[in-house]
Design a protein around this ligand. Sequence first.
Ligand SMILES: *Cc1c(COP(=O)(O)O)cnc(C)c1O
Length: 392
Amino acid sequence: MSDKTRPEPDERRIDTRLVHPPYDPMSMHGFVNPPIVRGSTVLFESTAAMLGRKDLKYSYGLAGTPTTTVLEDQLNELEGSFGTALVPSGLAAVTLPLLAFASAGDHVLIVDSVYAPTRSFCRQVLERMNVTVEYYDPYVGAGIADLMRPETSIVFLEAPGSNTFEIQDVRAICDAAHKGGAVTMLDNTWATPVFFRPLDHGVDLSIHALTKYPGGHSDLLMGSVSASERTWGELLKTQTALGINATPDDISLVLRGLKTMGIRLRHHEKVALDLAGWLETRSDVLSVLHPALPSFKDHAAFKRQFTGSTGLFSLVLDCEPAGANRFLDALRIFGLGYSWGGHESLAVSVDLSDRTIAKGPGQGALIRLQIGLEDMEDLKADLERGFAAMAG
Ligand SMILES: *Cc1c(COP(=O)(O)O)cnc(C)c1O
């Protein structure tokens, strides 16, 4: 940044860093937002420049354009990472680092409360590559040391766990994994870098579905992997070999989303927590799985590691599956749909049949709610409609 009157990035608090990406408007005639640079071909001044292209910042559009660089740099600032790779979906942000660090004959450890499509990738691709995949208890902590083998190359974490919100002891797991020579990666989609910075807790690679809160409006798919200095080279090599990146048009939407993500998250946080507190007082709700609720069993582990919570949590309805379907079908504001992190509230039934260790609540019907930006009283009235229908 050429403007020396601005504070250095590290002196600025998170909301300021979300609003001001590392881009100098004066480099673009004062335009506040970076331009959308689309492109495949990059022209060279001479054959000498072409031969020396490895030293140039841009030589082909597949590695990104100046628009890509702004988002990569902003995510590096937010995550405290050395390098960030952008990819076309959150799921691609999971599969890229797994492909970068797993080789035939390796053993990898995946948390059992992982996002279900991560498990499908391990089954359908890693196992076919002759990688041994083992699932571990989210509460393993330093005990992960007992599961490490000489050939363990990756320990994969996700905190909180998908749909069931188990909180892992990130530092203890990473320390033991590193002692055993493995690389650690954590799916940080739920917390965003506003509420958790994995690299500060010993994680090597922080994974995001930018589709969720960074995009924030359910109109794009994108993922990011933010890497430590030690792991960046290998990650970039694999990204380049696979030929995947994100489009500058969608990147500009994520850059826009990040500017309001701080205030959006604080609203999602407050309304979700208020509704979770109300839900847990109801006799037709067996329990509410929300890490920021003092009653949640992992609340202390959550408070110790996270600085805030977002708008996604689950509840267990005291009913049979048919009652849960009546509950969902009666909702008029909450939509029935996958994904989350957008402006609109959503509800889905959760299937935990892929779990082998973290089997969830065991009784009742598990429903996941994404709390959007609507009026809280309207959302409450909508849920009341659901409860009335559930009672039959
Ligand atoms: C949604 C999600 C993903 C995948 O993101 P897509 O952009 O939908 O592919 C990955 N991890 C977690 C935890 C998610 O919730």
